[in-house]
Design a protein around this ligand. Structure first.
Ligand SMILES: [Zn+2]
Length: 430
C-alpha cells in the first residue's frame, strides 16, 4: 500500500531539509577548504581562516541553533493558539489539557507537535477525523518565523538593527550564543514577548472578541516589569540629553520612558481607532477592532519614538491592504492590530537604519520639536486618508458601525454576539 500524498510530501520535506543541512554543514566548508588550498598561502595564519573541521563545527552549531529557535517559536505559537481560544471564553490556560472540541478526546503529546503534527495527521483529528483548521499551523509558523527572523536580524547579528546601542563587534552564533551576551538575549526575548502578545490580541480581535481587561492588564504589567529591573531593555531614552535627575537614575529614566510611551499609546491608538472605522470591511468585528491597547504595549516596550514610526508604517500598510482588497472577490477582514503587528515587525528590521540614517525627522532619541512635525503630519494625513469612504468595500459604512456600537452599549457584547449581529467565528481547539 502506498503512503497517502500528505505523508509523501512530508517525506520529501524531511529529505530536502536533511540535504540542505548536509550541503550547508559539510559540502560548503569542504569546497571552501579546497578553494583555499589552491590559493597562495599567506606566511601567517590569520584568525578568520578556519580549518575544514572548525568550519563544520561552527556551521553545525549555527544550523542547530537556528532550528532550535525556530522550534521554540513554534512551541510558543502553539501556546498562543490555546491562549487565543481560551482567553475570550474565560477558560483556564493551565488547568485544562488540550482536547479535540468535536469528540472531546485528549490530544496526545505526539499529536501536539507545532506545525508538524498538522501534516502528520493529514489535517484531521486522530480520533474522530474532524478537520483541524489550517489556522493552527499557520499561527505556529508565523511565530516560529518571527523568532527565526529576530534571531538572525537582531540576535546573532550583534544587534545590528537596534538603535542607539552600538552593535557588537564580535557576532555570529559562537560569540553571541555560546559566549552568551545576556544583554542581547534579554532584548531578543523581551521584543519577542511584545510581538507575541500583540499577535495574540490581533487574533482575538480578528475573531470578533474583546481582549478581556484583566489579561490586558496582566500582559502590560509583565511587559513593564523587565525594563524597570533591567533599564537597558529600553533602547531609546525619553529624550537626549536627559535631565540630570533622570540621567543619574536609570530606573527613574525607564519609568519616565514607559509612562510617556503609555500616554503616547493612548493618543496614537485613539487616532488609529478613529481612522480605521471606514476601513473595516466586516461590520461584525468593527466594534472589537481596537488598536489602543496594542499601541500602549508598543509605546511602553519600544518607546514613544518607535510607536510613532510604527503607526505611520501601519497606516501605509492598512491603506495598501484596503486598496488591494477592493479587487478581491471577498474582502477578508484584517484586524487593525494585525496590521499594527506587521508594521511593528517591519519597523523592527529597519529600526537602526531609520533612526541613524533616514534623517532628523525620523523619531529618535534626539529628535527636536520641528522635525517631529513631519511624522506627526504624516500620521494625521494618512489617518484622514484612511478614513475616506472610497477605500471601503461597499456596504460597510460608519453608520453600520455606530449602530452595532449602540447595540453593544445597551445589550452588552455577549448578548449582541448571541443575537447574531456580530459574527461569532466558531473554531476548533486542538
Ligand atoms: Zn476529535
Amino acid at each position: 500500500m502506498s503512503p497517502p500524498p500528505h505523508q509523501k510530501r512530508l517525506h520529501l520535506a524531511w529529505l530536502a531539509l536533511a540535504l540542505g543541512l548536509i550541503v550547508y554543514m559539510i559540502v560548503l566548508p569542504a569546497v571552501d577548504a579546497a578553494r583555499k588550498r589552491l590559493q597562495p598561502q599567506p606566511s601567517m595564519r590569520v584568525l578568520e581562516d578556519m580549518s575544514f573541521a572548525e568550519q563544520v563545527r561552527v556551521r553545525s552549531a549555527e544550523a542547530f541553533t537556528a532550528v532550535w529557535f525556530f522550534a521554540l517559536g513554534g512551541t510558543i505559537g502553539s501556546f498562543l493558539n490555546v491562549v487565543v481560544y481560551r482567553l475570550p471564553r474565560r477558560q483556564s490556560l493551565v488547568l485544562q489539557r488540550s482536547h479535540c472540541p468535536v469528540c472531546g478526546g485528549q490530544i496526545a503529546g505526539r499529536d501536539n507537535l507545532p506545525i508538524l503534527s498538522y501534516f502528520l495527521l493529514g489535517g484531521r483529528c486522530r480520533m474522530c477525523r474532524a478537520p483541524i483548521p489550517l489556522r493552527y499551523p499557520l499561527v505556529e509558523l508565523t511565530i516560529a518565523t518571527l523568532f527565526l527572523l529576530l534571531y538572525f536580524v537582531q540576535l546573532i547579528s550583534g544587534g545590528a538593527n537596534l538603535p542607539v546601542r552600538e552593535p557588537n563587534h564580535y557576532r555570529g552564533v559562537v560569540w553571541i550564543i555560546f559566549y552568551t551576551k545576556w544583554d542581547l538575549v534579554g532584548l531578543y526575548l523581551y521584543h519577542c514577548y511584545v510581538f507575541c502578545v500583540l499577535f495574540s490580541w490581533a487574533l482575538i480581535q480578528g475573531d470578533g472578541h474583546r481582549v478581556p481587561r484583566r489579561s490586558q492588564l496582566v500582559a502590560l504589567t509583565i511587559g513593564i516589569i523587565p525594563p524597570l529591573v533591567w533599564p537597558h531593555l529600553l533602547l531609546v531614552p525619553l529624550h537626549q540629553p536627559l535631565p540630570a535627575t533622570l540621567a543619574a537614575n536609570p530606573r527613574l529614566a525607564a519609568l519616565a520612558a514607559i509612562g510617556t510611551g503609555c500616554i503616547g499609546g493612548l493618543v496614537v491608538g485613539g487616532w488609529l481607532r478613529w481612522s480605521r472605522s471606514r476601513l473595516s470591511f466586516k461590520a461584525e468585528t468593527a466594534v472589537t477592532d481596537d488598536p489602543t491597547v496594542g499601541c500602549v504595549l508598543l509605546g511602553a516596550g519600544l518607546g514613544w519614538q518607535a510607536l510613532l514610526s510604527i503607526a505611520v508604517f501601519t497606516l501605509v500598510l492598512k491603506c495598501l491592504v484596503a486598496f488591494v482588497s477592493r479587487w478581491t472577490p471577498r474582502g477578508r477582514h484584517i484586524p487593525i492590530l494585525g496590521v499594527l503587528f506587521a508594521g511593528a515587525v517591519l519597523h523592527q528590521i529597519f529600526w537602526r537604519t531609520g533612526v541613524h540614517h533616514a534623517g532628523p525627522w525620523w523619531p529618535g532619541p534626539g529628535t527636536g520639536i520641528v522635525p517631529l512635525l513631519v511624522p506627526v503630519g504624516c500620521l494625521v494625513l494618512l489617518g484622514m486618508l484612511a478614513r475616506r469612504r472610497w477605500w471601503s468595500k461597499p456596504g460597510v459604512l460608519a453608520k453600520d458601525i455606530d449602530g452595532i456600537e449602540g447595540s453593544i452599549a445597551t445589550e452588552g457584547v455577549d448578548r449582541v454576539h448571541s443575537m447574531g449581529i456580530t459574527g461569532f467565528d466558531r473554531r476548533d481547539e486542538c
